[in-house]
Design a protein around this ligand. Structure first.
Ligand code: MCA
Ligand code: AMP
Length: 499
């Protein structure tokens, strides 16, 4: 079934109810909320405009646009005409976007603004600005049709960085999205009257799928903020019942002077994920507000995998139990399943599991077991009751403020800079972002100025991936095989951001 058909079943009974409410750019003032009828109508118009531009079922629609109600309607419009939605981080540079365009070979590329026929990135189609597409879309009558889709048809391709430095497109089906949305909607107890406070970006699984799908299944009002701002979120908390965020949201709320239980009286659920929630933040938040943050675990390739319980103990430092129909096991290096409590590689299986990496069958095969389990790259354990604890990552990944940074991609850029012989990029503890990116470099001659490095990175790498600390060494520590010992570097530069 097309995910949009499922959503529309709910929307149809709530056409006059508020969907996206947008606190305006001038803080305090409000523009009228979109209703579910507005959202449905706008998505139908976008679908018509996309079809006019040649989009057929299965075609990729690549989208790099700022967060807005129109952007959400565009996403739903792509679903309803059977297209495959390919969202991109707005921070990506032209060089990064050019790669995604060449990899996904989209029928249509939509960027921010009102431009029409602007040069696209690389060899792809010319880009159209979302404002221009919306103007075009409004000239169409909304066509109520929803394209039929099979469960295994693709709904989205979400890019996730790779250990090789090359991004991989995770192919996500209608079944993946539908099963995950329904499971979360049930286990997180969505109920009439719930209002979601939405401050996440909508180009990743967390803000786009987890937050919006659950709220939409409930036809909830969504307080839709352009980005996270602690003071603004705090101001709006009394109008909301649910907040979903990355751990940085919670540590920044705690840093607001006087923040406490009075701010949270209307809230029934705080959810955290995408990066580890420290026991300190969990404990401080409970101490100050009386709320236990509900931590869950997910990844682009599988949506949500586990969650702490809505009713029941939420244990700090654990990510809870597998979602209904999802299986999680910890395995040893030889692939054998480990006894309860022992730490190994986590593998998962279930209706949430993606259909593979776009145009990378070998890469897909490498990460799939014969019995259909997927190797997550996360290290953890499963206790006798089935509760999962993450203890680290087997993959060389840094998570800064909920955004993933793969060291290899940053190292490749640094190594191109004149005067740099080689580099090693690691994550170091960061009070605000969880981890911060650190570069350790070996010079050809004398050290290169930090500013020169920054300027060189600027051209091709989104700024959240940039190291903010640079250290020069005579040589990188290596093991007997010649491999850089990142664990040694992580220890040595542990205090880079928290000295
Ligand atoms: C912004 N900057 C960052 C980050 N965000 N640097 C490192 N890591 C970041 N996450 C940099 C910008 O480049 C800029 O630097 C400066 O910080 C200020 O930018 P601003 O936009 O004002 O940032 P902010 O308000 O401080 O944003 C921090 C944030 C935001 C609120 C934590 O990054 C955020 O909303 N993160 C959520 C990410 C997310 O949704 N992840 C879900 C992935 P300069 O001034 O030098 O340019 S989905 C996933 O992981 C799975 C499926 C799961 O389980 O959910
Ligand atoms: P992404 O590739 O952006 O989907 O990021 C997925 C990765 O984020 C997972 O493989 C985990 O390493 C990490 N992650 C997600 N949720 C949590 C969590 N609650 N605690 C720790 N790590 C998490």
């Amino acid at each position: 079934m097309n995910l949009y058909a499922l959503l529309y079943e709910r929307f149809a009974a709530a056409l006059d109810c508020p969907s996206l409410a947008l606190p305006s750019a001038a803080k305090g003032a409000r523009v009228p909320a979109w209703t579910y009828g507005d959202l449905d109508g706008a998505s139908a118009r976008f679908a018509a405009a996309l079809q006019r531009r040649g989009v057929e079922p299965g075609d990729r629609v690549l989208v790099q646009v700022p967060k807005s109600a129109e952007a959400v309607a565009l996403y739903l419009g792509v679903l309803r005409c059977g297209g495959v939605y390919v969202p991109l981080n707005v921070a990506y540079t032209e060089r990064e976007v050019a790669f995604f365009v060449s990899d996904a070979s989209p029928r249509v590329v939509i960027r921010g603004g009102g431009g029409v026929g602007e040069p696209g990135s690389g060899d792809g189609p010319r880009a159209i600005g979302i404002d221009a597409l919306w103007r075009e879309a409004r000239s169409f009558d909304p066509d109520p049709a929803i394209e039929r889709r099979a469960d295994d048809d693709l709904a989205a391709i979400c890019y996730t960085s790779g250990t090789t430095g090359r991004s991989k497109g995770a192919m996500i089906t209608h079944r993946n999205l539908t099963s995950n949305a329904l499971a979360l909607y049930r286990i997180w107890g969505f109920e009439p009257g719930d209002v979601l406070l939405h401050a996440l970006p909508i180009f990743h699984v967390h803000g786009l799928f987890v937050a919006l799908h659950t709220a939409f299944l409930n036809t909830s009002k969504v307080l839709f903020l352009p980005a996270f701002d602690a003071a603004e979120v705090r101001r709006l908390l009394p109008e909301a019942t649910v907040l979903m965020g990355v751990p940085t949201f919670y540590s920044r709320l705690l840093a607001e002077p006087g923040f406490g239980s009075a701010d949270c009286e209307s809230i029934r659920l705080f959810v955290s994920g995408s990066a580890p929630l420290t026991e300190a933040v969990f404990g401080d938040f409970e101490g100050r507000t009386g709320h236990q943050i509900l931590e869950r675990y997910g990844m682009t390739e599988a949506g949500m995998i586990t969650s702490n319980l809505l009713d029941g103990e939420r244990v700090a430092g654990t990510v809870g139990f597998p979602l209904p129909d999802v299986e999680v096991r910890a395995v040893a290096e030889d692939g054998a399943e480990l006894p309860a409590g022992e730490v190994g590689m986590l593998e998962i299986r279930g209706p949430n599991l993606f259909a593979g990496y776009w145009a990378l069958p070998d890469k897909t095969a490498e990460e799939m077991r014969g019995d259909g389990f997927f190797v997550t790259g996360d290290l953890g354990s499963v206790d006798v009751e089935g509760r999962v604890t993450l203890v680290g990552r087997g993959k060389d990944l840094i998570i800064a403020g909920g955004f993933n940074v793969y060291p290899k991609e940053v190292e490749d850029r640094l190594d191109e800079v004149e005067g740099v012989r080689e580099s090693a990029v690691i994550g170091a503890p960061h009070a605000d972002l969880g981890e911060g990116v650190v570069a350790v470099l070996v010079a050809e001659g004398g050290p290169v100025e930090d500013d020169t490095l920054r300027t060189a990175l600027e051209a091709g790498l989104a700024r959240y991936k940039h190291p903010r600390r640079f250290y020069w060494v005579d040589e990188l520590p290596r093991n007997a095989m010649g491999k850089v010992q990142k664990n040694v570097l992580r220890e040595r530069y542990h205090g880079a951001y928290c000295a």
